[in-house]
Structure formats: C-alpha cells, structure tokens
Design a binder for this molecule. Structure first.
Ligand SMILES: Nc1ncnc2c1ncn2[C@@H]1O[C@H](COP(=O)(O)OP(=O)(O)OP(=O)(O)O)[C@@H](O)[C@H]1O
Ligand SMILES: [Mg+2]
Length: 202
C-alpha cells in the first residue's frame, strides 16, 4: 500500500498525548496499541529503554521476515523513534519506539472454545460462526508450521491469544511478534541480513 509515512510519523509524535489519552487504546504487557486511522495501527513500546529497543526491534524484524515469507501478519510499515523527528521547541522527547503496521480493521479475537459455551453472550467477544472458527483453526496450524520452518520459536500465540481473525478476509493474523525468537543462533544472520542496518540485532 502507498503511504505517506513521513507525514504519519510527524503527526503521531506531535499529537502523541492525544492518541494515547483521548483515543481508544489497548494496554498490553509490552506496549500501548492505538489505531492511527482506518488503515494504520501503532504500537508504542513501553518498559526500560533496553527492553523497549529489544522488543520493538524484534517485533519489527520478525514481522518483516514473516511478511516477506507470506506468513499472515499485519504488514509492518516502519519502526519510528521520536529522536528522528523535529519536534517544536518545548516538547519533551522521551525515548519512544513506535511500530506502524497494517490495521486489521475487522479483526476479532477468537473466543476460547473450552469455556465458550459457559460465557455470557456479551463476553463472546468474537462471536464468530462455527464456519469461521473452523477456518481460523485450520489457518492457525498451517501458519504456525510455516513460522517454525523459518526457525522461529513461538510460545505466546494461540488461536485465542495474540491472533486476530478477519471474517471479511477469512484470514487469521498473528499480530504480536515481540516475544518470538530464533531457535538457532545461526538464524540471526538471516535476521540481520534482511533488515536495515540500524535495526540489526547485535
Ligand atoms: N495490527 C493490528 N490491527 C488491529 N488491532 C491490533 C493490531 N495490533 C494489535 N491490535 C490490538 O491491540 C491489542 C494488543 O496488541 P499486542 O498483543 O501487540 O500488544 P501487547 O502489549 O503484546 O499485549 P498483550 O500483553 O495483551 O499480548 C490486541 O489484542 C489487538 O486488539
Ligand atoms: Mg500481545
């Protein structure tokens, strides 16, 4: 997709307070997620500067590798930091890393079938039909195999966690790569070989 990323990046840093405090956000273990617009989702990494750098770099790099290998992840657009941006005088620039990616607009969390029947209707978040649940499950195993074949270890993404299903596209997305890693250290060369120099690991 053609995007004017430069404009988006400037806009995000200039209005970050608004996005975080006045919009809809999802607070997770590694960051704060908000939707920039209909097409772009932003994940602002939190934690110590080292943690933030590591998690954001890993998610950006691994999602890029996955996307290039036709694994179903939101397309990663860029990893930005506020020191790259010329802020107006007086604006505070704490180090911040933000990943911009494709927004899975109609993405639904797949409900955990083990307790699905016992959930009150309003808590069946995804409310997906049996047919869609079947598609989601099939894709989950297919995609996971492809990810493993790249040498990537995934411990935190199940059908009910860190994935979103789009009924419109009939597609399951793995949305969170921050805690994935290569099982074999040699694979780091692959990672570093595919990513811009400033984002390389080691
Ligand atoms: N590309 C995306 N499109 C639409 N929604 C998204 C996207 N990425 C993240 N989200 C929303 O933000 C939530 C948190 O995202 P994510 O899992 O990446 O953050 P996290 O900090 O790792 O959170 P957690 O600790 O819950 O795993 C998701 O459950 C989802 O609702
Ligand atoms: Mg997550």
């Amino acid at each position: 997709m053609k995007l004017n990323l430069e404009k988006v990046e400037k806009n995000i840093f200039e209005n970050l307070n608004d996005y975080i405090n006045n919009g809809e956000t999802f607070q997770g273990a590694d960051g704060i997620v908000f939707h920039y617009d209909r097409k772009i989702t932003a994940k602002l990494f939190t934690g110590s500067p080292e943690e933030m750098k590591e998690k954001s770099t890993i998610q950006y790099g691994l999602s890029k590798i996955c996307f290039e290998n036709e694994i179903s992840v939101p397309e990663p657009y860029s990893l930005i930091e506020n020191r790259d941006i010329d802020l107006d005088e007086g604006q505070i620039a704490l180090p911040t890393k933000i990943l911009l990616m494709e927004r899975i607009k109609d993405g639904k969390e797949v409900p955990n079938l083990q307790n699905y029947e016992f959930m009150p209707q309003r808590r069946r978040r995804g409310n997906l039909s049996k047919k869609h649940l079947g598609f989601a499950r099939e894709q989950y195993y297919e995609q996971l195999k492809k990810i493993h074949d790249l040498g990537i270890v995934v411990e935190d993404s199940s059908l009910f966690w860190n994935t979103l299903y789009s009924p419109k596209r009939k597609k399951l997305y793995f949305i969170d790569q921050a805690r994935w890693y290569f099982g074999d250290n040699n694979q780091l060369d692959l990672f570093n070989g595919r990513i811009e120099k400033k984002y390389r690991l080691f």
